[in-house]
Structure formats: C-alpha cells, structure tokens
Design a binder for this molecule. Sequence first.
Ligand code: GAL
Length: 331
Amino acid sequence: MSTFINGKIGEFHQHVDTDGHILNVSDGGILYADGAYHWYGQALGDLPFKPHGEGGQVTHKGVNMYRSQDLSTWTYEGVVLKCEAQQNSPLRAPMRFERPKILYNKKTGKYVLWCHYVGYPGDHSFSDVGGEALVAMSDHVNGEYRLVSISRPIDRAGVVRDCTVYQDASGSAYFIYDRHIGGGFNKVLAPFERCLHIVKLSDDYLSFTDEYARIDAADAREAPCIVKHDGYYYMITSGLTGWNYNPAKYFRSRDLMHGWEDMGDPCVGDEEKTTFRTQGTFIFTTREGRDILMSERHNTENFLRCSYIWFPIEYRKDHTLSLSYHEQFSL
Ligand code: GAL
C-alpha cells in the first residue's frame, strides 16, 4: 500500500519523481488513462513572486506531466503543452497556463486541455485584460497538445480567471470559471463583479455552447473544484485573496446549472481558517473509488517549492462533506 505525504501544516513538503527531481505540476489535475494515473500541471520557476514576468509564478516551459501506477511513484513524461520562443506566438514565454485541466472525449478519441491563459509576460495580477480560456488538443494523453483557440465564454466583457472543467456521467462537459466584469482592479470604473459561472462545452469539448448559468451563491469565489457523490454535485472553492490563504467554502446542488446552495467551510480542525494553508486545485477519483481533493500550498518565496496537499473527502449521510488534515495517509 502506498502512502501520500502532506507534511506538517507549517512546512513545504516536496514530492520527487523517479529521477529525484521535484514534481512541478502547479494547480493541475490527475487523469486516469491508458492504465495509469497522469498528474499534470503548470511548470513554475524556482524564484519568488516578482512582477513583469520576472518571478517564479509564470511559466517558461508549459504544462508538465508525470505517470504513476500507485499515486506515489511518479515518472516524468515531459512537457505536454509547450511555451514557444517566437515573439509573435500566443504561447510566447514567460506566460501562464493556469489551472490546466484535461478531459478525454470518448466520441472523438481526443484528449482536450482547458486552462486560464495569460499571455506574455504572464502578469494577470497587474492588468484587467489578461484572462482568456485556452483549449488545446492531443491524440495521446501525454501530448503533445496543440493550441486550438483562445477565447472567452459568454461575451468579451467577462475576463476569464480561475477555471476548471467537469465531465458528467452522460459524457457532457462543462467549463466553470471566475468571470470578472467591470472596472476590475480600477474600482473607479465600477461595476466590479466576480462570480463563478458554468458553461456547457460542445460535444467535441473544443468550444463553448450558449448554454450557461451564473452560480449566484458563488459570488467572489475562485479555485473551483467539482465532484459528484450520491446524487449531489459538490463544488469546493476559495476566497479571492491571491496567493494568500483564506477559508474554503463549498456549495452543493442536484443540478449543475441551478440550485447551488452555500454550505460553508468544509474544513474540520482548521484553527487558522486558512484551509490548512492551502488553496484547492482539483478533485479526482482513485481506481478504488475514493475522491481526493488536490490542494496547493503556494510558496511565494520559491514557486518550484510549492507543496501539493491532498485531502481524502469525507462524505456524511446528510449530504454534507468535510476535509481534515493528515500529515500522511495511505492510499
Ligand atoms: C489565486 C488564483 C491562482 C493565481 C493567483 C495569482 O487567487 O487562484 O490561480 O491566479 O491567484 O494571483
């Protein structure tokens, strides 16, 4: 049986691959495909936070991927979606492929990657305009993913910030994102609004349909992570405090498109009210059927040394859930 190590709440535990290198998969996800788990995420730099594309929070490489049978031994598969060097390329580094998420489309046999795209030099924290949805596609789970398009759902007014995707049992897929409209960081140009929205994707998952909903209860929330259990969809989110920790809040509904209820903070024993010093990334299900929330302890002194913290989700009979901290747990 393998063990997953989170380490102590006050430290940055590192996971390493089979070559001894630090796993570099910021804010990504895990997809089970071709008989193995594939853990992917944005490759960050070993530098502190700095503006103008000079810090560790942007990528010069792209999206990394690792492969494992047991969720504990990880072999590097390489960069599956690459930054480019050409000045006129939309993928010119430094930039950001934030919160990448991969789905397999059974109908087309293709792997589809969505993310929050921030073009060169990757500084979305300093402008109102740097947020789009990027979609890329590959014939194989481990790449290479080729750019399909960069766009915004609903209308051009809604800047795309944190995002995720969700595939339901019928094979339909959805893009969920923090839609930012109005004056943005310049509060003088109000109205300012950020609220999570859900948009249905086309059958091939490569574009948006015009079916969408504003998740009214999830106003001023980001980092959405979705899972279904026993007839309910659950969405765990964070507040809007950038790299700083804040208390998580989750929502539940019987229908993805409406009826989301605010269920409060799912954490148990989180004395500091910081989601145990993490922000949610993605929920995946193990081969054995266990739902795990992948979370991240952002390290703004050195983004290569962010910590990946996992929470086995505990469901209660009354359709509520909880997250508690384990320094390590067996998978
Ligand atoms: C967080 C967000 C991250 C990243 C960061 C940068 O709030 O969840 O994905 O965008 O801000 O400021």
